[in-house]
Design a protein around this ligand. Structure first.
Ligand SMILES: [Zn+2]
Ligand SMILES: [Zn+2]
Ligand SMILES: [Zn+2]
Length: 389
C-alpha cells in the first residue's frame, strides 16, 4: 500500500516534470551511454547511428561521440538530442542486446544550478558524508559543494546542480532544510554573468583565446596613461568601462547566457522582471551615466575623480576672477595716465591763459601810453596853433 502511494507520487511528479520540460524546452539534452562493447562502434558513425535507431527509434541525434575516460580508459558514447521527446526515448529502457551486451544510461546534469544561502562556514560539506548524500537524494541534487571566493576562501553559500526541472522550481520556491544546520535555507538560481576578455574587452571570447592587441578596458586606448583615461566603452561607446554592468551589451549577453533559466523563473513567477537577476539594478544604470561599481576601489576612484573635477572647476573660476582683476587694474592704471595727461593739459592751458592775461595787460598799458601820447600830441598841436595865431 505504502509502495503504491509512493509510486503514484513518483508518477505524478514525473508527469508534471514532463509537462514542464515541454513548456520550457532546452536546445539540447545529453546522456552518456556506458557499455562493454562500445569500442566496436567507435570507428564508424553510421554503425552507431544504426544501433541508436534500432534501440530507441531516434533517427537524427545532433551528436553521437565516442569519449574515452582519462582514468579508466573505458570508452563511452556521448549522445545529444535536441528535443525532449527524443530525450525521453534515450532515458527509457533499452533492449538487453543494445550495443551487443546492453547499456547503462547516465543523463548529464541539467544546466540548472542553485545556490543555498547562509550555511555557516563551520559546517563541512563532504561528498562522502552520508547526510550530504541524503540531502542530494531528497532534493534531486548532485555535486553539492561550498562556493569559494577567487582567493579560494570559503563562503556561506553552497552550490549544486539540480537533476530535474520540477526539483529546480520547488527548491527555488520552498528552499531546503539541512540536517547539519537544523535550518531552512533560501535557495537562489545560479546565474552566469557575462565577462569581457581582460586583454581586449571583447564580449565574445576570453583572454585565453584572444588574438587582439591588449588595450585599456576603461577607455579602449592602447596605452595605460591614467591622466588621459576617460571612460568609453569598447563595445557600445557609452561612458563606462567595457566590463561594467552599466553596459547594455554586457546585460544583454547575461540575459542570453541565462535564457533558459530566465524562461523558467519568469514562467513560474519566481521573478517578476528579468532585471532581477542582475547584480547592479538597471534603474541605477539608467539614472547614472557615470558607472558606480559596488567595488570599494572603484568607488574611491569615482570620488577622487568627482573631487578633482570640482577642484578644477573652482580653479578655473579663480583664474578667471584673477584675469578680470588684472584687466581692471590695467584699466585703472590707464585711467590714471589719462588723468595725468588731462592735468598736464589743464596746466599748460592755465599757463597759456596767464600769458594771455599778461599780454592783455601789456596791451592795455600800451593803449594807455598811446592815449597819453595822443593827448600830449593834441596839447602840443593846440600850443602850436595858439602860437601861430
Ligand atoms: Zn580579447
Ligand atoms: Zn584608458
Ligand atoms: Zn558599453
Amino acid at each position: 500500500m505504502d509502495d503504491d502511494v509512493l509510486n503514484n507520487c513518483r508518477m505524478e511528479k514525473q508527469k508534471r516534470n514532463d509537462e514542464l520540460e515541454l513548456k520550457y524546452s532546452r536546445n539540447k539534452y545529453t546522456v552518456m551511454i556506458h557499455g562493454n562493447n562500445l569500442e566496436d562502434f567507435s570507428s564508424n558513425i553510421f554503425d552507431r547511428l544504426d544501433e541508436l535507431k534500432r534501440c530507441t527509434g531516434i533517427t537524427n541525434p545532433s551528436m553521437i561521440l565516442p569519449v574515452i575516460d582519462n582514468d579508466t580508459e573505458i570508452m563511452s558514447l556521448k549522445v545529444t538530442v535536441d528535443s525532449y521527446k527524443d530525450y525521453l526515448k534515450l532515458i527509457s529502457k533499452w533492449p538487453s542486446n543494445a550495443f551487443k551486451t546492453g547499456v547503462n544510461i547516465e543523463p548529464l546534469p541539467y544546466n540548472l544550478t542553485v545556490i543555498k544561502c547562509n550555511v555557516g562556514k563551520e559546517f563541512i560539506i563532504s561528498k562522502e558524508d552520508k547526510k550530504i548524500k541524503q540531502v542530494e537524494k531528497m532534493y534531486g541534487l548532485s555535486n553539492l559543494e561550498r562556493m569559494v571566493t577567487k582567493d579560494n576562501n570559503p563562503t556561506t553559500k553552497l552550490k549544486a546542480q539540480v537533476k530535474s526541472i520540477i526539483d529546480y522550481i520547488e527548491l527555488l520556491k520552498n528552499g531546503v532544510y539541512l540536517d547539519i544546520t537544523s535550518k531552512r535555507h533560501q535557495v537562489r538560481p545560479y546565474i552566469l554573468y557575462s565577462k569581457v576578455c581582460r586583454k581586449c574587452g571583447n564580449l565574445n571570447h576570453l583572454e585565453k583565446d584572444c588574438r587582439n592587441k591588449a588595450c585599456c578596458l576603461k577607455c579602449g586606448g592602447n596605452q595605460y596613461t591614467v591622466s588621459e583615461c576617460i571612460q568609453k566603452c569598447i563595445n557600445c561607446k557609452g561612458s563606462h568601462a567595457c566590463n561594467s554592468e552599466m553596459c547594455s551589451k554586457v546585460v544583454d549577453k547575461t540575459f542570453s547566457l541565462n535564457k533558459y533559466v530566465l524562461e523558467i523563473l519568469l514562467g513560474e513567477n519566481i521573478i517578476k522582471n528579468r532585471d532581477e537577476i542582475l547584480r547592479v539594478p538597471r534603474q541605477a544604470a539608467i539614472d547614472n551615466k557615470t558607472p558606480l561599481d559596488v567595488d570599494d576601489k572603484n568607488l574611491e576612484k569615482l570620488i577622487e575623480s568627482c573631487i578633482s573635477k570640482r577642484i578644477s572647476q573652482i580653479d578655473f573660476k579663480v583664474d578667471s576672477i584673477k584675469q578680470a582683476n588684472e584687466l581692471n587694474n590695467q584699466e585703472i592704471q590707464n585711467l590714471k595716465k589719462d588723468m595725468n595727461t588731462v592735468k598736464k593739459d589743464i596746466n599748460s592751458i592755465n599757463t597759456k591763459l596767464n600769458k594771455n592775461d599778461e599780454i592783455q595787460t601789456n596791451m592795455n598799458e600800451n593803449q594807455n601810453e598811446t592815449r597819453s601820447g595822443i593827448e600830449e600830441l593834441k596839447a602840443l598841436f593846440w600850443g602850436l596853433a595858439k602860437v601861430t595865431q
